[in-house]
Design a binder for this molecule. Structure first.
Ligand code: ATP
Ligand code: MG
Length: 271
């Protein structure tokens, strides 16, 4: 089974250094990883451990200081704008603060229309485009007809995150990177958003990379877990290996920060 897995995104010696001299910060420190097609990967670590910096490099929003990123087994080359645009058809992101992701002066229908254009559907008949937008909205329980003339800032946080998922529904990227996508919304919306993401993942077979503080979430959703401390991956493996049988003191400490869930896990491991 393991041999059949196809590499989706991987890296060797990936490093990001900010500043120099006294302000020098090694935000991501020589990390290696292999993410496979269709996998759900969680990257867990404390605040400041380098998670967002790593995701920005994966997205091609900032340059790596050292090391290499491979996409589908080939060295990634996004130096030209054209290659970058092409790459962004394959990897998309949902961020913690959905309001930061849009041009807030674009109405919602143009946000969705842009996704259709990006997928090469710019010349489709208008009715077809509307049908596609309607389908995407209904997938996330939003009513297209009520949204079509609104601006993103007229939506609630939960509605905005659902709109983000509607975008992903239209874009159908190979990889979705979700950086703390549920940390700004209430528990109920959080569960809905996660359900929708998992449903969408099944439907289009995406690789999902979750960036989170929440080791409980990582346990429930992931195939692989990477633990990040001070820019390094200190431990990785299946959720059972990493979270039920952690080897590193740092991982143990992260788990002890969520005692209630840990007790439940503990019961499941009594042999
Ligand atoms: N643009 C930047 N310039 C200088 N230092 C930066 C920059 N971005 C991040 N850093 C530093 O890099 C380190 C890692 O930051 P990063 O945002 O990647 O952490 P994080 O794991 O995402 O944290 P959080 O969980 O709080 O979101 C921190 O020490 C941060 O101060
Ligand atoms: Mg972050």
């Amino acid at each position: 089974m393991a041999e059949k897995r196809k590499l989706c995104l991987s890296a060797k010696g990936l490093t990001k250094v900010f500043g120099f001299g006294k302000t020098r910060t090694v935000a991501v420190d020589n990390v290696d990883f292999s993410f496979y097609e269709g996998e759900v990967i969680s990257i867990v670590g404390e605040s400041g451990s380098g998670k967002t910096t790593l995701s920005k490099m994966l997205l091609g929003l900032i340059n790596e200081t050292e090391g290499e990123i491979f996409f589908l087994g080939q060295k990634r080359d996004i130096r030209s704008q054209r290659n970058k645009q092409e790459y962004w058809k394959n990897i998309q992101a949902i961020f913690q603060d959905p309001f930061s992701s849009y041009n807030i002066f674009n109405k919602i229908d143009s946000v969705l229309l842009d996704c259709i254009k990006m997928r090469g559907g710019g010349n489709l008949p208008k009715e077809k485009k509307i049908e596609m937008m309607r389908e995407a909205c209904s997938f996330v329980n939003l009513k297209f007809d009520e949204l079509t003339n609104k601006y993103p800032f007229e939506l609630s946080g939960g509605q905005m995150q659902r709109l983000m998922i509607a975008r992903i529904f239209l874009l159908k990227p190979k990889i979705l990177l979700a950086d703390e996508p549920t940390s700004m919304i209430d528990a109920c919306s959080r569960a809905t958003i996660l359900d929708m993401l998992m449903e969408l993942r099944k439907e289009i077979g995406m690789t999902v990379i979750f960036i989170t503080h929440d080791i409980g979430l990582a346990y429930y959703v992931s195939d692989s877990v990477y633990i990040m401390e001070h820019g390094k991956f200190v431990e990785s493996g299946t959720p059972d290996e990493v979270i039920l049988h952690p080897k590193q003191p740092y991982t143990k400490r992260l788990i002890n920060d969520v005692p209630k869930i840990y007790e439940e896990w503990d019961l499941s491991t009594v042999g």
